[in-house]
Design a protein around this ligand. Structure first.
Ligand SMILES: Cc1cc2nc3c(=O)[nH]c(=O)nc-3n(C[C@H](O)[C@H](O)[C@H](O)COP(=O)(O)OP(=O)(O)OC[C@H]3O[C@@H](n4cnc5c(N)ncnc54)[C@H](O)[C@@H]3O)c2cc1C
Length: 445
């Protein structure tokens, strides 16, 4: 039984999933983690060439992983008959292991944003769209990007999305600027899943004015303007792109699900995807804690006469990190289990809780690991700085913390009327009991 399965969910993990977990753990520890630095070294230092090719180590890992059946593990059979067939809870445990390495997710064709995009195509695409885009994505031959956020719109409120889409005969014409389109710089990225606002949409319902369209990356009028950096990292050759659309023409048949169905699609896309991000983050935290423990026990590094691990503060950090990681894991698995027992909609509260709690907590664990490494922690000699910056972005990507907190706070607060009346009833009963037992005054309370 792989070590990270909490006892409370053990009976929810099938023997087949347990077998896969063992294989994945072995592959990640022995193949992917050692390949992470090779991946970095194979990215060209030339500012132009670094965007033009992909590190060959990835293709080798993909071949090896696929030959062992470690491929497309994220896709459930509910939406695609050829899916791996794991539950969200089972895949969550797998995603945690993948999150320990920079290369593991792609090696097993389980990396964002492709996983979410493949789910969109599997769930909402028609037969032709599946044939053209889903099949090569599942085969790991191409990659994809999801374009919702806009440079000139506060995009945490997706109703603000402004990219124009108008009909012209049997075609659609798109105009606007997207940014933070992760993966759009990748030379293998062949298709964009784009959220637009329909010019001719007369719906008065504000959640029915957006549509999702498939745009081949090489369509005339599409320009990848630049790559945005994340705390100074350009994440080449994947990249986070600003993409300009100038009179981009695609056939109407590229609409997914139909006009005005955009919100339905993005909601379906983000639910389980958030769980995957959270579980990968927990893998990153475990890795950070491993580095922390190893570093503070390095016999060559003593301060004030003792090993760094013998200082009380450091032991506290180790304990606090273990508590934080194990708590996060339970919160995420609870959300995954709720999705499995119903659907993403019925698990909105649990998903939001995980989405808020995990990146914050993992940032704190990684911060401790960085601190324990002294100056080494912030440089390229350890993976900690990169892990930290990646996880920090998750407090913004897929909706900032504050939006999820506002929504959760509103829902929780809606119990106010019910709670006030319950407290009043208890108060009345208490007064009654005071009278029965002839208790005077309230100083004992
Ligand atoms: C590394 C990275 C990768 C990304 N990848 C993608 C991608 O592939 N595709 C894509 O479409 N987008 C992507 N994004 C964009 C991301 O989803 C958006 O940045 C996010 O939705 C927030 O939108 P915004 O940046 O426009 O912030 P704004 O909407 O301008 O919000 C700014 C801030 O306002 C505050 N705020 C907003 N609403 C509330 C509220 N209700 N209550 C209190 N405070 C509030 C929050 O603090 C928020 O951070 C990525 C972002 C990052 C950092």
């Amino acid at each position: 039984m792989p070590s990270q399965i909490p006892a409370i969910v053990q009976d929810r993990v099938s023997p087949r999933a347990q077998e896969y977990l063992k294989k994945i753990e072995h592959f990640v520890e022995t193949e992917c983690i050692p390949a992470d630095e090779v991946f970095e070294a194979q990215i060209s230092k030339d500012p132009v060439l670094r965007w033009k090719s992909y590190p060959p180590v990835i293709d080798d890992l993909k071949k090896k992983a696929r030959s062992q059946g470690l491929w497309n593990l994220f896709l459930s059979k509910t939406h695609y008959s050829e899916g791996a067939g794991f539950t969200n809870l089972e895949y969550g445990l797998m995603a945690e292991i993948l999150g320990r390495s920079q290369t593991a997710s792609e090696a097993m064709n389980c990396s964002a944003p492709d996983t979410g995009n493949m789910e969109v195509l599997a769930k909402y695409g028609n037969a032709a769209q599946k044939k053209q885009w889903l099949e090569p994505l599942l085969d790991g031959k191409i990659r994809s990007a999801f374009l919702m956020t806009e440079r000139f719109a506060a995009s945490s409120d997706a109703k603000n999305i402004n990219m124009r889409m108008r009909e012209d005969g049997s075609d659609l014409i798109l105009n606007g600027t997207k940014w933070w389109s992760s993966g759009a710089c990748d030379p293998r990225c062949a298709v964009y899943i784009v959220m637009c606002k329909s010019e001719n949409n007369k719906s008065t319902e504000e959640f029915k004015q957006q549509s999702v369209v498939l745009v081949p990356a090489n369509t005339p009028g599409v320009t990848v303007v630049r790559a945005l950096s994340v705390f100074g990292y350009d994440d080449a050759p994947h990249g986070h792109a600003e993409v300009r659309f100038e009179n981009v023409r695609v056939p109407k048949s590229n609409l997914v699900l139909g006009e005005g169905r955009g919100f339905e699609i993005i909601q379906g896309r983000l639910g389980p995807g958030r769980i995957h991000h959270c579980m990968r983050s927990i893998g990153a935290a475990e890795r950070g804690l491993e580095y922390l423990i190893a570093r503070v026990n390095d016999p060559a590094r003593k301060t004030f006469g003792k090993s760094i691990s013998e200082h009380g503060t450091i032991r506290t950090w180790i304990a606090e990190s273990r508590i934080a990681i194990d708590s996060c894991r339970l919160v995420v698995l609870n959300a995954a289990d709720k999705i499995d027992r119903g659907d993403a909609k019925s698990a909105l509260k649990e998903i939001a809780m995980a989405k808020i709690m995990v990146p914050r907590t993992v940032c704190d664990v990684l911060d401790k690991a960085i601190q324990a490494h002294g100056a080494g922690g912030v440089c390229q000699d350890f993976p900690l700085a990169r892990l930290y910056t990646g996880i920090r972005t998750l407090r913004i990507a897929d909706g900032p913390d504050e939006v999820h907190l506002a929504q959760m706070g509103r829902n929780e607060n809606s119990r106010a009327g019910q709670l006030i009346s319950k407290l009043k009833q208890q108060e009345a009963r208490r007064e009654e009991l005071f009278r029965v037992y002839k208790i005077e005054g309230r100083s004992h309370l």
